[in-house]
Every structure is written in C-alpha cells, then in structure tokens.
Design a protein around this ligand. Structure first.
Ligand code: PXP
Length: 245
C-alpha cells in the first residue's frame, strides 16, 4: 500500500505477448504473483469481447489463486455479466468497448444509459461483486453514476496522459482533481487509470481523494528492460514518492 493509494497492476499485455504466438507462455498467473510479490495491491485484467489478450480460463484461474483482489474490467454486455456472476471476481470495472479500438477509448457513457448500467450494477452487486464505473472526468457522468448505485468510479486519466501541451495537461489534471473531490464528497470510492507511466503518475498520485490507480501498459513495457518485479517496484516507488512529497 502506497500511503493510502493502492496500485492495481493490469497484466493484459502479458497475455498479449502469449496470444501473439499462441503459446502457453508467458504465464499470466506467474506474472500476477510476481507483481504481487513486488508490491501490487491488486491485479486487473480486461476480458475483451474479442478475447485479444486475456482468455476466460485466465479469469477463472486468477479468481481462484491470488492473495490480492482481482479486478475484472469488462463491457456492459450480457455475456460478460454472465461470466462475472459465475466466476465472481471481488471487483468489476465496467468499461466501454469497441472492437476496432487499440485500447479503451474514453469513459463509459453512464448518463446516456443510466437504467442499463443501473441494472448491470444491481446484477453484479447481487453476486457480491464491488462495481466501479470507468468514467471521464465529467460531472454529468458523476451525477449519472450516483444514480446507478455503483460504490466506486475509476476516473479515465487518458486525456491527461495524452496531452502534449502543458496548458492542456493542466486543464485535464484540474478536471480529474475536481471530479475526484466531488465524487469523494458524494460518498464514492475513487480510482484512476489509463495511460499512466513513470513520467506522468506523480500529479495523479498526489490527488488525495484517489485510493487506487490501475496501471498496465507502461509497467509491462518497462518489464522488457527491467523485469516485471523491478517495473512494479519502480512504479510503486514513484507513487510513494509523489504521495509523501
Ligand atoms: N483502467 C481501465 C478501466 C482500463 O481499461 C485500462 C486499460 O485496460 C487501464 C486502467 C490501464 O491502462 P494502461 O494500460 O494504459 O495503464
């Protein structure tokens, strides 16, 4: 635990490497356990509808065997809701999904489909799964999220991470800060994630309303050079350094 800010390590891209050759390595369970031994407070995977990286069997195995909670990211789709309710990961994060996208683009439009998302949250809550909604830092989405009964939101940090100009980055950071404050005031648990790396995580880690960051691509990329254990330690140290400063 990094001074009140948990690090959830997303291991999707370990599975991406495995799927690229259809081999049975690298092993996602070994990756999860390595990340945990290095200080990960949670493991996150996204079971995409096209199964491009994580497979159903991975979710089942990860759900059974980890010493930290599994957070399953998934689309709001009947198939995924069925899998989650059968496998029962402790946490689920509902995300938007398009088949042609390289990665999750934008947050879930909760405001545009409140009753559908509320039903999904209810179904998952009945299976004792703690639900979070992956949303853009947009107060209309927060209002809608509050109606759904989800106890957690994860704020999409992608626009902040992708900003190339300082002014744009400051603007996006402010939106995240305001969203985090309002969500916490409204009684939600607040997480953040997407596009975070060693160079941009500090501003986000300093937002005290955030209690968890989910980070994947940059950690797995760093593991090519430093090994997964060291890549997780480097991120964990960067988060600690930002929070203590
Ligand atoms: N949070 C959510 C909801 C995501 O969909 C993703 C990407 O799968 C992440 C966090 C992690 O993003 P990244 O891989 O860019 O660190």
């Amino acid at each position: 635990m990094n001074n009140g800010l948990r690090l959830g390590v997303n291991i999707d891209h370990v599975a991406t490497l495995r799927q690229a050759r259809g081999t049975d390595y690298p092993d996602v369970i070994e990756a999860a356990n390595t990340a945990i031994a290095a200080g990960a407070d949670g493991i996150t995977v996204h079971l995409r509808e096209d199964r491009r990286h994580i497979q159903d069997k991975d979710v089942e195995a990860l759900c059974d065997g980890l010493s930290v909670p599994l957070n399953l990211e998934m689309a709001v789709a009947a198939e995924m809701l069925g899998i989650a309710c059968a496998v029962k990961p402790p946490h689920c994060c509902l995300v938007p999904e398009k088949r042609e996208e390289l990665t999750t683009e934008g947050g879930l439009d909760v405001a545009g489909q409140v009753s559908r998302i509320r039903d999904a949250c209810q179904q998952l809550a009945e299976a004792c799964i703690r639900v979070s909604l992956f949303v853009d830092p947009d107060l209309d989405q927060l209002e809608a999220a509050l109606i759904t009964g989800a106890p957690v939101i994860e704020i999409h940090t992608g626009c902040y991470a992708d900003a190339t100009q300082l002014s744009e980055r400051d603007f996006e950071l402010k939106r995240i800060q305001v969203m985090a404050e309002r969500a916490k005031q409204a009684g939600l648990e607040v997480h953040g994630g997407h596009g975070l790396n060693l160079f941009n995580v500090d501003n986000i880690a300093r937002i005290h309303e955030l209690s968890e960051l989910n980070i994947g691509h940059s950690i797995v990329a760093d593991s090519v050079f430093y090994g997964l254990r060291n890549a997780v330690i480097r991120m964990s140290d960067a988060i600690k350094e930002a929070r203590y400063r």
